[in-house]
Ligand binder design. Structure first.
Ligand code: AP5
Length: 224
C-alpha cells in the first residue's frame, strides 16, 4: 500500500489510544492523538493549552478552529509523508470536512476510518479504572491491563494517575458530546465508503488482531 492514512474513531474509552500505540509500533507511522497533544499543551501552559483547558475539564469539545490547524500542520509535515494515524480527530463534521480539504490540497486520500464499537456501559467501566502515565500518556487499566507495579508506568517508570476528565460526571458529558457531535461522522465516512467497523468490546489483543487483519484486507483491495 502506498500510504496508510488512518483515522481511529469511537467513543471515549473505546481503546483508540491503546490500539494507536500498537499500530504506531507495527507500522512505524506518526501517531497524532489530539487528546495527548492538548494535555501536553495544558501541562506546558501554552496558548493552545490555556484555551483548551476549560473545555476539557468540563468534558466538552474544544472549538473546531482551535484544533483544526494543529492537525492540518502535522498531516502536511514531512514525517507524515508516508502516512499517519489520527486518534481523536476529526470529532465533528466541520473537522472532517477540513481534513478532507487538507488531504485534497496535498493530493492525498484517507485510507479508512476505523470505528471502535463499544457500549456506553463498557466505556464507563473502562474509564473508571484507567490509569495514565503522567510523562508520556501510556495507558493501563486496574483490572483489564494492570501495570506490573501498582501506580508505576511499565514503559517509562513515571507515576500513573487518574485523568481529570475520568471523573463520573465528566465521563457522562464526554459520552453526550460523542453521541451528539462525533457519531454523525459514522454516516459521513460510510457515505465515502471509508468506514470500517471493529468490535472494540473484546480484549485488547483481539482488537489489535482484528485491526491488523483489516489493514491486510485494505492492502489486498488496493492491489486488486
Ligand atoms: P481524548 O484524550 O481524545 O479522549 P477520548 O476520545 O475521550 O478518548 P480516551 O483517551 O478517553 O479513550 P481511548 O479511546 O483512547 O481509550 P483508551 O485506549 O485510553 O480527548 C480528551 C479531550 O480533549 C476531549 O474531551 C476534548 O475536550 C478534547 N479534544 C480532543 N480531541 C478533540 C477534537 N478533535 N476536537 C475537540 N476537542 C478535542 O482505553 C480506555 C481504558 O480501557 C484504558 O484503561 C485501557 O487500558 C482500557 N482498554 C483499552 N482497550 C481495552 C479492551 N479492548 N478491553 C478492556 N480494556 C481496554
Amino acid at each position: 500500500m502506498s500510504e496508510l492514512n488512518l483515522i481511529l474513531l469511537g467513543p471515549p474509552g473505546s481503546g483508540k489510544g491503546t490500539q494507536g500505540e500498537r499500530l504506531q509500533e507495527d507500522f512505524r507511522l506518526p501517531y497524532y492523538a489530539t487528546g495527548d497533544i492538548l494535555r501536553a499543551a495544558v501541562r506546558e501552559g501554552t496558548e493552545l493549552g490555556n484555551e483548551a483547558k476549560e473545555y476539557m475539564d468540563r468534558g466538552d469539545l474544544v472549538p473546531d478552529e482551535v484544533i483544526v490547524g494543529v492537525i492540518a500542520e502535522r498531516v502536511a509535515s514531512p514525517e507524515a509523508a508516508d502516512g499517519f494515524i489520527l486518534d481523536g480527530f476529526p470529532r465533528t463534521l466541520p473537522q472532517a470536512e477540513a481534513l478532507d480539504r487538507k488531504m485534497e490540497e496535498l493530493g492525498r486520500e484517507l485510507t479508512a476510518a476505523v470505528l471502535f464499537e463499544v457500549s456506553d456501559d463498557e466505556v464507563v467501566r473502562r474509564l473508571g479504572g484507567r490509569r495514565t502515565c503522567v510523562k508520556n500518556g501510556h495507558v493501563f487499566h486496574v483490572e483489564f491491563d494492570p501495570p506490573k507495579n501498582e501506580g508505576v508506568c511499565d514503559v517509562c517508570g513515571a507515576r500513573l494517575e487518574v485523568r481529570d476528565d475520568d471523573k463520573p460526571e465528566v465521563i457522562r458529558r464526554r459520552l453526550e458530546q460523542y453521541h451528539e457531535k462525533t457519531e454523525p461522522l459514522i454516516a459521513y465516512y460510510e457515505g465515502q465508503g471509508r468506514l470500517r467497523r471493529v468490535d472494540g468490546s473484546v480484549g485488547p489483543d483481539d482488537v489489535g488482531d482484528r485491526i491488523r487483519a483489516l489493514i491486510a484486507t485494505l492492502k489486498m483491495e488496493e492491489e486488486l
